[in-house]
Design a protein around this ligand. Structure first.
Ligand SMILES: CSCC[C@H](NC(C)=O)C(=O)O
Ligand SMILES: [Zn+2]
Ligand SMILES: [Zn+2]
Length: 407
């Protein structure tokens, strides 16, 4: 995917014969690669080489490719900066799209429509182009910068970042601070995420007495199922009220509960011996997870598919060196930041879990949140501004002075 030195180049006002900025052309080219679940084609994303950036493929997982790329710093013993992005995208309902979701169609306003335009192929190309611009300008970076392109984030990261953070190769990168994906902001401000809610995907099994569909059988599975559904949905209603009645709350501050699957039954006239109901819960980092576990156990046997217990937050204290470099660079660019807890789950949770501070940040203001939605798009001007934003941020983060224990 990465073009050669003679390829599209660093953009920044340089345009292709069609008059399009070269970075935009590269972005659209990347959007056309079908790295879409359930059968993402990761092949092309990792096939090319780049003369500016040293690239290594690590094929340690069964399905995916993990590709750390490094731009060496002048002091390689210092902790490095990780710019992480996932290469996979979620499926589309093509019939609901105005344009082919993998054509990267650009309309007259410069809106580029494609799956992944917000989540998160924009950020991948912005990182690459920002690092190249720094290189082209001859800027020396004190700390090494690693770009990592990981697979399978959209299906839980098991064959991607979850595995990679435990691998010795990850350790060798000596990462001190990471950037990963965030969300668009419809207003003027930019949202930054310093933590995430814990995803719990649980199935409650409701066994009961079977019998003929014409009788009043006691203790049926459906009665148990109803109790379970009622208590989960009652809690959902309370949390929804809490969100709607407090101005200071965002989605990341409350627990969401959604019933997402129900299974059971074999025939109209046979009372089933069991029924299953599944929920997607997202629990804020400050909620006591032990209590949640007890509540769930009280409801019945449950089999968690996802049950993240990681409650680590990244410091946004004024005196934190990483945050202070990040926020000062944003201030210098007159960007207003809104700090939030990420409502869903990203690879940042695995990075934070191994003790590395991570900030979720996709520089997309004046943009509706359309990740996983129909007609996902990003405007080319917003995209291009993001490259300049990352250029300043990367430079600031790579210049964070050595800590006493790094000397
Ligand atoms: C829990 S693993 C699935 C990850 C997915 N991430 C996003 C950003 O949509 C989610 O939160 O559902
Ligand atoms: Zn994403
Ligand atoms: Zn996603």
């Amino acid at each position: 995917m990465l073009p050669d030195k003679d390829g599209p180049g660093v953009g920044g006002g340089h345009s292709s014969p069609g008059g399009e900025d070269l970075s935009v052309s590269l972005f659209r080219e990347y959007l056309r690669l079908k790295t879409v679940h359930p059968d993402p084609d990761y092949g092309e994303t990792s096939s090319s080489q780049d003369a500016d950036i040293k690239m290594r493929l690590l094929d340690m997982c069964l399905l995916g490719l993990l590709s750390p790329i490094c731009r060496s710093g002048t002091n390689p013993t210092l902790k490095s900066i990780l710019l992480n992005s996932h290469t996979d995208v979620v499926p589309v309902y093509q019939e609901h799209w105005k344009y082919d979701a993998f054509s990267a169609f650009k309309d007259a306003e410069g809106n580029i429509f494609a799956r992944g335009s917000q989540d998160m192929k924009c950020v991948t190309i912005q990182y690459i182009q920002a690092v190249r611009r720094l290189k082209a300008e001859g800027r020396k970076l004190m700390r090494t910068v690693h770009l990592m392109f990981v697979p399978d984030e959209e299906v839980g990261g098991h064959k991607g970042m979850e595995t990679f953070v435990k691998h010795p190769e990850f350790n060798k990168l000596n990462i001190g601070f990471a950037l990963d994906e965030g969300l668009a902001n419809p207003g003027e401000a930019f949202t930054v995420f310093y933590g995430e809610r814990n995803p719990w995907w649980i199935t409650v099994h409701c066994p009961g007495s079977p019998g003929h569909g014409s009788r009043f059988v006691e203790n049926t599975a459906a009665e148990k199922l109803r109790q379970v559904i009622n208590s989960f949905l009652d809690f959902r209603e309370k949390e929804k009220q809490r969100l709607n009645t407090s101005e200071c709350f965002t989605l990341g501050d409350v627990t969401t509960v959604n019933m997402t699957m129900v299974k059971g039954g074999v025939a109209y006239n046979v009372i089933p011996a069991d029924m299953d109901v599944s929920f997607d819960l997202r629990i804020p980092p400050k909620v006591n997870l032990q209590v949640c576990t007890l509540v769930c156990l009280y409801e019945g046997v449950f089999h968690p598919l996802q049950k993240s217990m990681n409650q680590k937050l990244t410091s946004t204290a004024e005196n934190d060196p990483w945050w202070s470099a990040f926020s000062a660079a944003c201030k210098a660019m007159n960007l207003t930041l809104e700090k939030e807890i990420f409502p869903a789950a990203t690879d940042s949770r695995f990075i934070r879990a191994v003790g590395i501070p991570a900030i979720g940040f996709s520089p997309m203001n004046r943009t509706p949140i359309l990740l996983h939605d129909h007609n996902e798009y990003l405007n080319e001007r917003v995209f291009l501004k993001g490259i300049s934003v990352f250029e300043r941020l990367i430079s600031a983060l790579a210049s964070v002075p050595a800590f006493p224990d790094e000397a």
